[in-house]
Design a protein. Structure first.
Length: 161
């Protein structure tokens, strides 16, 4: 979750100094405790409420959590031109709607770290394409969503990468 907070703080700090620091702090404070959801779930492959049930967001909130980290292996759902499947985007919107309706702050986590940790040549263009599409889509639909740019960057990746 630290990476998600860092991503938020980094994005906010590119803004107007103290005001962006205050906003980043407020977002991080609102996040509170969190839990990972979905990941290998069938929802991304066309399943509906299986095995994770969207109704479980209310239970997660009732248990005292403030955010959910929505793990998405996005590269798997991109075509040769790096365009994300419209069906997956619709499913993501459905998940975000349900999380927000339950009072949770959603963190979208691009989870293809193994490809990027190996510094495979298609990581950078795919990652950029993924976030370009997600950010353009969600900026108005779900402005409260937090973007975790990449799960567990590291291994062979350099700070520049």
């Amino acid at each position: 979750m630290f990476a998600a907070t860092i991503a938020v703080v980094g994005m906010m700090q590119s803004g107007a100094g103290a005001a962006s620091d205050d906003l980043a702090f407020a977002v991080a404070q609102r996040m509170g405790r969190g839990v990972n959801v979905l990941g290998f779930d069938g929802i991304w492959d066309g399943g509906t409420d299986a095995p994770f049930r969207l109704s479980q967001f209310a239970k997660i909130r009732a248990a005292g959590f403030g955010h959910v980290r929505i793990n998405l292996f996005g590269f798997k759902y991109m075509d040769e031109a790096n365009v994300i499947s419209p069906t997956v985007l619709d499913d993501l919107d459905r998940v975000l709607d349900a999380a927000i309706a339950a009072g949770l702050l959603p963190v979208i986590d691009e989870h293809d770290n193994e490809i990027c940790q190996n510094v495979e040549p298609d990581c950078a263009p795919r990652l950029l394409a993924f976030w370009s599409q997600i950010s353009e889509r969600e900026v108005h639909r779900h402005p409260e969503a937090v973007f975790e740019i990449l799960n567990e960057p590291g291994w062979k990746m350099t700070p520049a990468e």
